[in-house]
Design a protein around this ligand. Structure first.
Ligand code: PMV
Length: 359
């Protein structure tokens, strides 16, 4: 599918007003996306678990307006009018206008809220941008009812990608691939797809307990971080490594090999942060307690033989991953030994989820 397949020609009969609500989850990458080309095209493929509990709920109300020469919208975040999100949404609208030519015909009210606390250090861009993209697709579907569910999801993912790269992996679940990879049929740089091959029971109902180590605003945004991969001394090797890790994961996911799974995902997490530390300018997003948690997980794993592991996104928080059959012991360990490293003892128990829902 080419980008041009997602261009929607405006119909004469556009509704005068309406409202749609979607709830869309966050996701956590196992093989990380870090580095992009123009138009939000990833430098390497990535794969993620869709989450279940961490979500954004967005209601998009639209009313036809007189002039159609500019975008017009208000954002209401957690019940209050919010100006902070406006520039990002304006940029998003500019990027997607060619694919949704009705955008300037309406005034939009975007009411949005997250299930996770506002300042938790959990990025809401994946769940937020995917929820908004889905609401916009519901408008397109009203104008164009014959579009298939497959096209709906693909285009929602395509649009979400233009808002925030990783958001394209939040439309469906439970394992999602974004970025062209020779061994993954149907994979694309333009939108994410469901992982198409066999997945062992070990990876069903996988848990992700998110330890909130630092709830503050990140010092370096992911946009800046991605850009620092241009001219990065290790960039090409990193992109090749990610491709190879995707290939290795195909076998691991099929056989249920938890040991190799852990090796791949922990190496991916540390490589992501190694790229940050070796950028110019360099930066560190981990905090001392991030490392305390990693060391405690390694010690516990060595002592018990349980398959508990970690991954990180672009921040200090730690995602603790473990299979369903070992959940009871892992949760006890987390409560007894890891929660002490969280800011105000805060953590979120999440698990693999199955994608966005229309409410
Ligand atoms: O979607 P962005 O531009 O915020 O980038 C997200 C990058 C990571 O979360 C660090 C990795 C990933 O693949 O989600």
């Amino acid at each position: 599918m080419e980008a041009s397949s997602f261009i929607f020609s405006k119909k004469n009969t556009i509704p005068s007003k309406g409202q749609f609500t979607w709830s869309s989850p966050s996701n956590i990458a196992l093989v990380k996306y870090w580095g992009k080309k123009e138009n939000q095209i990833p430098e390497n493929p990535s794969i993620s678990f869709t989450l279940d509990a961490c979500k954004t709920k967005t209601t998009l109300s639209f009313t036809k307006k007189e002039n159609d020469d500019s975008f017009s919208f208000d954002v209401i975040f957690e019940g209050k009018k919010n100006q902070d999100f406006k520039p990002k949404i304006e940029t998003f609208f500019k990027r997607i206008e060619a694919y949704l030519p009705f955008l300037k015909d309406y005034h939009f009210t975007i009411e949005t809220e997250n299930t996770f606390p506002h300042s938790s250090g959990i990025a809401s861009s994946a769940s937020g941008m995917s929820a908004l993209a889905l609401c916009l697709m519901s408008i397109e579907k009203e104008m164009n009812p014959e579009i298939t569910p497959e096209y709906f999801n693909q285009k929602a993912s395509f649009l979400a990608r233009l808002g925030s790269g990783s958001a394209c992996r939040s439309i469906e679940g439970d394992l999602i691939v974004w970025g062209k990879h020779p061994d993954i049929e149907g994979s694309s740089n333009l939108y994410a797809v469901k992982y198409p091959y066999q997945v062992h029971d070990n990876f069903k109902k996988y848990h992700d307990t998110i330890l909130l180590v630092d709830k503050g605003e990140k010092q370096v945004s992911s946009t800046v971080g991605h850009n620092l991969m241009h001219n990065h001394p290790f960039a090409q090797q990193r992109f090749t490594q990610a491709e190879e890790n995707m290939t290795k994961l195909i076998a691991v996911l099929k056989t249920g090999d938890l040991k190799t799974f852990i090796e791949i995902i922990e190496s991916e997490a540390l490589t992501l942060h190694a790229m940050m530390m070796t950028s110019m300018p360099y930066f560190i997003l981990m905090k001392p307690n991030t490392l305390e948690i990693i060391n405690a997980i390694w010690a516990f794993r060595k002592k018990t033989g349980l398959h508990i592991s970690f991954t990180l996104d672009a921040g200090a928080n730690v995602h603790v991953l473990y299979p369903e059959k070992e959940a009871a012991d892992c949760i006890e360990f987390i409560k007894n030994e890891l929660v002490a490293y969280c800011q105000n003892g805060h953590y979120i128990c999440d698990r693999i989820g199955f994608g966005a829902k229309k409410l």
